[in-house]
Design a protein around this ligand. Structure first.
Ligand code: MTE
Ligand code: MO
Length: 202
């Protein structure tokens, strides 16, 4: 399978240069974590795809890195009101993870992302597929730093950045839209920055 994202073409590469309502631009890259940064070595790292409770495929670090890699340059929008445009990422599209697991039609409409720090977040499958999201392995040409989710993080750039789970270790198909860490603590179940879906009742 050949997939290709936007490859650093900046403003002609399909990047949306608007900023969602209530957001301001920052030049630095803030770190926001609910707890300490987990230490995960390549030897300890693995990624598990589950359908409900049932594991369907598990990749070791080397196996995961052998999957097709795609570049994606996008704006990111944190619910604490900072945005950053044209951030350049590289990693494995969720489409390519599902394809490698032999999953054609998604078995359920929702997914939960799980992380090494116990964090989780829910995203509809349609927001993860068709080139919309990836498990990012590189940022601005370099391996992800530990504070920003290295070795690997989810990147769902069109939703608020809490949906982009750092230190991801798996994706799970769920029958229902099951709230994750922040969604259980008052944040919006979907989190569209363009509609300012910050909190549960927004
Ligand atoms: N595993 C995990 N992922 C996480 C978080 C976290 O605490 N743990 N925080 C989320 C929040 S609220 C935001 S805004 C972004 C911040 O990512 P950054 O630290 O790379 O800016 O990560 C998200 N992913
Ligand atoms: Mo956040």
């Amino acid at each position: 399978m050949v997939t290709r994202g936007f490859t650093g073409k900046g403003r002609t590469g399909g990047e949306d240069v608007r900023i969602p309502p209530g957001q301001h631009l920052v030049d630095d890259f803030p770190v926001l974590s609910a707890g300490p940064t987990p230490k995960v070595t390549p030897e300890q790292w693995s990624f598990t795809l589950k359908v409900g409770p049932k594991p369907v495929k598990k990749w070791a670090w080397d196996e995961f890195n052998a999957l097709p890699q795609t570049k994606m340059t996008r704006g990111i929008h944190c619910v604490t009101a900072w945005s950053k445009l044209n951030t350049a990422w590289e990693g494995v599209l969720i489409d390519n993870i599902l394809a490698d697991a032999g999953i054609g039609e998604p078995p359920t409409p929702y997914m939960l992302a799980h992380s090494f720090d116990g964090y989780s977040t829910n995203v509809p499958v349609k927001d993860l597929t068709n080139g919309k999201a990836m498990v990012a392995l590189r940022y601005e040409g370099k391996p992800l730093s530990p504070d920003h989710g290295g070795l690997a993080r989810l990147l769902v750039p069109h939703l608020y950045f809490w949906k982009s789970a750092k230190w991801i270790n798996g994706l799970q198909f769920t029958q229902k839209d099951e709230p994750g860490f922040w969604e259980l603590r008052g944040y919006h179940i979907y989190g569209d920055p363009w509609r300012e879906q910050r909190y549960t009742h927004d």
